[in-house]
Unconditional design. Structure first.
Length: 525
């Protein structure tokens, strides 16, 4: 029997165009449940239910949104054992500490942070100009947000519980979540928790809906549909570009996070000061979750010399000594093999690894390559193609001037890191390098690897193309992440009684920050 989909407040059988099964990456064995591939009929039903929810939400107090988000977080925690067990089966990720102790608490924390932002209301940036009697604020979109989640975070970026979901709901938008086919049962358990929270709230039934899968063409139809408000996508560059083109041709906002190799630049005196420490930090970061992080350090840049050769030798030894982890997809080893071959065709040299592994599960050798700065500059685009997994490339610049030239050739990335000497011996080079690298990334780090992404109001999780489609927006960090799914609406010469609460004379909470005649304040007007 096919697992049901969640549409308009009810679990129902899909009008399926096909079926699929998830696999355990650690064994390669299929998991028992069958899931539907929804067709346009299911998509249309979800869109119509979401549009009804949009209309009803105009009369629902914001407190109801906060209550739902907090209730949802509690419902997830109540299911933590089943969620961790299922996510471990579907992804091959360790239940402890990764899923239970890191990712699940991060997920519930995001939901509670979103609830707090809903109550506090400063996220809407209420702006009052009393001289001209003009007022403005950010408000919900006039349509649902479609969330297409990735494979690598079954909880924290899940389409029905992750950061995009939390941000869209906090603004007051319905969400149509499409499960990732790699972890459909985990998504179903999260959807059941969301369904329970929805029943205990006063939100409309169409605020939270979930489909498991759809064809590529139907996905393009969904993101470009007239009833859609916006889309959030995390995944490959190829898929992201197709979705981006379809949505934007229809005039629909879409926020895509695609590919990033997250360059790490190691300056000469830092290597001399603490080479073993930096090697350890790099290898731990590069091989964590088998390299399947969007912030995985896939490119390391340093000046060639005896110390960089020592770095390569030590890193290669660490890669060889670390048992390769499991990859999420059956096709992942083949894709990594293709990526390594492509790098070799651009004169990169395999230092260690480079081969698919036999036996149960989806695995690939921990792989380290190196290439000269000259060759990198000759074929910089091809040498920056993301290998999503346990593969990293070391670029050896001939001198400091070439190192700077290499930085200028980098494409957009989520993160960029500079390792420098603790006593400032690298400062002259750092001062030249930093503005070049900062222009290429959304988040700049110093003397630490980029794999951790804190859920902080100051976090920037985005970057220049092709890391993301919109440099000015972040996928992590509340309240900033909410603005992706909000419309700025202006009110001119409107009587107070007809204005939204945030734009009236009295501060709606006493704590909301508002821009009144050029001054950020919490006072009443």
């Amino acid at each position: 029997m096919l697992q049901p989909i969640l549409i308009d407040g009810a679990w129902r059988q899909a009008e399926a165009t096909g079926t699929f099964t998830a696999f355990n990456p650690a064994t390669g064995a299929p998991l028992p449940e069958q899931y539907p591939i929804s067709g346009l009929a299911d998509i249309e039903q979800a869109l119509l239910a979401a549009q009804q929810a949009v209309k009803k939400m105009r009369f629902v107090p914001v407190e109801a949104i906060a209550h739902f988000l907090e209730t949802f977080a509690g419902a997830i925690e109540a299911r933590s054992e089943a969620l961790v067990e299922m996510a471990a089966q579907e992804t091959g990720l360790p239940g402890v500490p990764r899923l239970r102790n890191v990712e699940l608490p991060r997920t519930t924390d995001q939901l509670r942070q979103a609830a707090a932002a809903v109550r506090e209301r400063s996220w809407c940036q209420a702006t009052l100009d009393t001289t001209h009697n003009i007022r403005a604020k950010y408000s919900p979109l006039n349509g649902p947000v479609v969330v297409l989640g990735p494979s690598n975070f079954p909880f924290a970026f899940n389409s029905i519980a992750g950061g995009d979901f939390a941000a869209a709901l906090a603004v007051g938008n319905p969400v149509i979540a499409k499960a990732h086919p790699g972890h459909p049962a985990t998504t179903r358990l999260l959807a059941e928790a969301a369904f329970e929270a929805l029943q205990r709230s006063s939100l409309p039934a169409g605020m939270v809906q979930m489909l498991y899968h759809m064809s590529q063409q139907d996905g393009l139809t969904l993101v470009s549909h007239p009833l859609v408000g916006a889309t959030a996508f995390v995944g490959s560059r190829a898929a992201g570009l197709r979705l981006k083109q379809a949505a934007e041709e229809a005039g629909k906002p879409i926020y895509v996070e695609m590919s990033s190799i997250n360059p790490v630049v190691i300056l000469p005196n830092a290597l001399e000061e603490r080479l073993p420490q930096i090697v350890n930090e790099f290898c731990t970061s590069a091989l964590s979750a088998t390299g399947q992080f969007c912030t995985n350090p896939g490119l390391v840049i340093m000046v060639a010399g005896p110390l960089s050769e020592q770095f390569l030798e030590r890193a290669a030894s660490a890669f060889q000594a670390t048992p390769p982890g499991f990859l999420f997809h059956e096709d992942s080893p083949r894709r990594l093999a293709t990526a390594v071959t492509s790098l070799q065709q651009c004169n990169a040299r395999v230092i260690t690894g480079g081969q698919q592994l036999e036996g149960p599960g989806y695995r690939f050798e921990n792989t380290l390559l190196s290439v000269s700065g000259d060759h990198f500059l000759q074929q910089s685009s091809k040498l920056q193609e993301e290998a999503f997994g346990n593969v990293s490339l070391i670029v050896l610049a001939s001198n400091q001037a070439q190192l700077l030239e290499i930085i200028e050739r980098l494409e957009g990335n989520l993160t960029g890191t500079i390792y420098d000497h603790s006593a400032g011996l690298d400062d002259p080079l750092y001062e030249e390098l930093e503005p070049l690298l900062q222009a290429k990334v959304g988040r700049l780090l110093n003397n630490k690897m980029p794999t951790g992404v804190a859920v902080s109001p100051a976090m920037m999780h985005g970057g220049p193309f092709p890391a993301s489609g919109h440099l000015g927006f972040t996928g992590v960090g509340i309240p900033a992440s909410l603005l992706r799914f909000a419309a700025r609406r202006c009110y001119e010469n409107i009587p107070t009684r007809h204005l939204p609460a945030e734009l009236r004379e009295k501060n709606p909470t006493g704590q909301t920050w508002r821009l009144i005649d050029g001054e950020w304040t919490q006072r009443d007007l």
